[in-house]
Write a protein that binds this ligand. Structure first.
Ligand code: ADP
Ligand code: MG
Length: 724
């Protein structure tokens, strides 16, 4: 019998490393070569047109039609000079990946010929058939139209001979059907609220941009082994597999030397990313075998997220050339570390000031404190919503299990800043400080060097790391726009409330700085319970968090409740980020994706169990039976085939349970499928179907240990995890 596992293992041994061509040893020679950035716009556009487009990028003004026409024509000339033949609107529907529909530049002419054309209308707006993207009931089937509209704040780029134009995706009635629209709204809300607060300190500030640096973790696996594991290619994770004798226990992979094959892949991927203007800077091994990480330099958040989405796509394309498959699943292998996507976030003004970076003077420190404390307060107020924004069926394997990071949202500050906040909380600012000279004694000195804060506590889902907050609970396959929309929304809302509270005190006659401090002190006290410096994975923390009243919601369908709570409705209304209809539709979409993914996993488990695992176990069992009968026929004593009988029995025991569990699981699934209410259905899948995965896996993994290695059909963990 041909065994695809051995064929794959054979293929792995014959791998050669492809030659990676690097355009120039100097990255600056080719960085952004495939991007229609400002430099190229300047080259290809008239100076008025260039100024017009820069204005609309910087101020978010709509682009007039005639300007769109000029830009489209310039874009086409540039793209064709680089060998592009097609264009596409590139968008981020709620499926989680990116979407494109390619059109050729050419148009037929009445005389039977053809010309190359790309109109301003085609640049500005497209109407893809939207009916097959998730909409959560927003779009009825009779009104299937959806629009993609150009987002000029993210530049067009060329990928695989196609000009890609970043766009938003909205329904005919104007509702958001993607990740970008709400993100842009949240960034706008943050900009307004943050600028208002900045004006207490510095009237010259006109704009505040959120910045984001995304650390991306991933696994690599040989493509042949990947293809020999239907569970991996259908669900992104291994549903069975006994742990490899050696895994990550020696801790010898992290920051170890990068295997040669992987190194070539990384260089290739980095080159492609740099050509696309993605400023990839770091690469290293991660904790688990064959787990790696890359990170770009931080950028304006909308661009950073587009770049991360593009990077995930790119990684996959480049990996093919190296006979690898990139696994972005949060938990491809049970029992070893999962993958995340750390989101490093800060707020930076148009004057270049990082609002989360402590200043040299007390006045600057008060400004820092305002943004720092308000961020903490925002997360305290909406911890449940932030948790909901990172909830997914995949991420439940990390957040729900006692693994990095926990489902409890808490904030790590480090001792210096904890002491600082404690000091402010207990100081008698409001009573004591009435004149300027004394006031500044109310703000303790903030040490300049906070950099060593980084990574001191890797168990915290939200850590302050020197001059930025790092949200570590985001899943490796997620679109960061989801949590970043929420983070920026809640901070925007909080800053608005802060301004309201401070202004109220000022109106009552309080001095501005005193008013600021009084309100900050109040917030520090109110939000104290979200701060935690200890081990976030420990059971004591779970208990303590419960005493503190912090939410600890381990599973997605319940975590998602926060999206449609009254408190969240109000938040979205205040900030204008989601309409009620949009928020409820999104809730529905996320629940739908959740149960469908479990449904697929359940089906794959059933199929593999019945059609691959049980037959393999029986094949081996038959050999043993034959052998035992032979020994018996020779007239030998039972002792000579004792082991055979023992294994024969054990195999029967396990396959009986596997089969019975699969049948029960199918029944549970059938029952769950009849449930109409989406939340109830998702919970039913989570609580009644999913538990079978574990029990079936247990017995399959036992069989893996019993069956002759040469008959086992699926590549084993030890083969998947160590790259040759
Ligand atoms: P770590 O020790 O966590 O790896 P790094 O300093 O390497 O920290 O930063 C990780 C990511 O954070 C990188 O993408 C980096 O560009 C980004 N980053 C650094 N400073 C900021 C900032 N002020 N705002 C947002 N992201 C930042
Ligand atoms: Mg980090």
């Amino acid at each position: 019998m041909a065994n695809i596992r051995f064929q794959a293992l054979q293929d792995v041994l014959t791998r050669t490393i492809p030659d990676v061509k690097i355009p120039s040893p100097k990255i600056s020679d080719f960085f952004g070569a495939n991007v229609f950035d400002k430099k190229k716009m300047k080259e290809y556009l008239s100076s008025e047109a260039y100024q017009g487009i820069v204005n609309s990028i910087e101020k978010g003004e709509p682009i007039p039609r005639d300007l769109a026409e000029q830009v489209a024509s310039a874009m086409r000339s540039w793209a064709m000079s680089k060998g592009a033949t097609h264009y596409t609107h590139w968008f981020q529907p709620l499926t989680g990946s990116t979407a494109e529909k390619h059109d050729a530049f050419f148009e037929p002419t009445p005389d039977g010929g053809a010309i190359e054309r790309f109109s301003g209308d085609a640049l500005a707006q497209q109407e893809p058939d939207a009916s097959s993207f998730p909409s959560g009931g927003i779009r009825n089937t009779f009104e299937a139209r959806g629009y993609t509209a150009w987002d000029p704040s993210s530049p067009a780029f060329i990928m695989a001979r196609t000009l890609c134009i970043p766009t938003v995706f909205v329904s005919y009635t104007g509702e958001a059907l993607d990740y970008k629209v709400p993100l842009l709204k949240a960034l706008n809300a943050l900009d307004k609220a943050a600028v208002d607060v900045c004006h207490y300190f510095d009237k010259s500030i006109e704009k505040v941009n959120a910045s984001l640096g995304i650390e991306q973790e991933y696994f690599l696996v040989d493509i042949a082994l990947f293809n020999a594991r239907p569970d991996l290619y259908l669900t992104g994770r291994t549903l069975f597999g006994h742990m490899s004798a050696k895994n990550q226990q020696l801790e010898d992979h992290y920051f170890g030397s990068i295997p040669e094959r992987v190194y070539a892949f990384m260089q290739d991927m980095e080159t492609e990313a740099l050509l696309l203007g993605i400023p990839l800077k770091t690469r290293h091994n991660e904790v688990a075998p064959s787990q790696f990480e890359c990170a770009p330099i931080y950028e304006e958040i909308n661009l950073a997220i587009d770049h991360n989405q593009l990077l995930m796509d790119l990684m996959d394309r480049v990996a093919k050339r190296h006979n690898f498959k990139v696994l972005l699943h949060e938990k491809p292998y049970a029992g070893i570390n999962g993958s995340g996507k750390h989101n490093n976030w800060s707020m930076i003004t148009n004057t270049g000031k990082n609002l989360l970076s402590p200043g040299k003077t007390p006045k600057n420190n008060l400004m820092f404190l305002a943004f720092f404390v308000n961020t903490i307060k925002a997360v305290y107020e909406h911890a449940d919503l932030l948790r909901a924004s990172i909830a997914s069926v995949n991420n439940d394997h990390r957040l729900g299990a006692n693994e990095a990071p926990p489902a409890i949202i808490s904030i790590f500050l480090g001792t210096q800043l904890t002491d600082l906040l404690d000091e402010i909380e207990t100081s008698r600012i409001s009573k004591k400080i009435k004149d300027d000279a004394l006031l500044w004694q109310g703000i303790p000195k903030i040490p300049q060097i906070l950099k060593d804060n980084t990574d001191r506590n890797r168990t915290s889902p939200f850590a302050f790391t020197g001059n930025k907050f790092e949200l570590r609970a985001v899943g490796s396959s997620a679109n960061s726009a989801s949590p970043m929309t929420i983070l920026n929304t809640i901070v925007a809302d909080q800053l608005k409330k802060f301004k309201y509270d401070v202004d109220k005190l000022i109106k009552k006659g309080e001095k501005k700085d005193v008013a600021l401090l009084i309100v900050l002190k109040k917030y520090i006290k109110e939000s104290k319970s979200i701060r935690f410096e200890g081990n976030g994975y420990s059971e004591e923390w779970e208990r303590e968090a419960a005493l503190r009243g912090l939410p600890n919601i381990k599973t997605t369908p319940k975590a998602l409740d926060a999206f449609i709570s009254d408190k969240t409705d109000l938040l979205f209304e205040e900030t204008g980020v989601f309409t009620r209809r949009e928020a409820h539709a999104r809730h529905e979409i996320l629940l739908d994706a959740f149960y469908k993914k479990l449904q697929i996993e359940a089906r794959v488990i059933g199929e593999l169990g019945m059609n691959v695992i049980i037959p393999a176990a029986i094949a081996y069992q038959s050999k043993l039976v034959e052998n035992a009968i032979g020994l018996k026929d020779l007239g030998l004593s039972k002792d000579t085939y004792k082991v055979q009988l023992d294994i024969i029995t054990k195999i029967s025991d396990h396959i009986n349970i596997v089969k019975a569990d699969i049948e029960e699981m199918v029944d549970a699934r059938k029952k769950a499928n009849t449930i109409e209410n989406m939340r109830d259905k998702a919970i039913e899948y989570d609580e009644k179907v999913k538990p079978f995965f574990q029990s079936i896996r247990y017995h399959v993994d036992k069989l893996e240990q019993l069956v002759d290695d040469s008959l086992w059909p699926l590549p084993k963990f030890r083969e998947l995890l160590f790259i040759k």
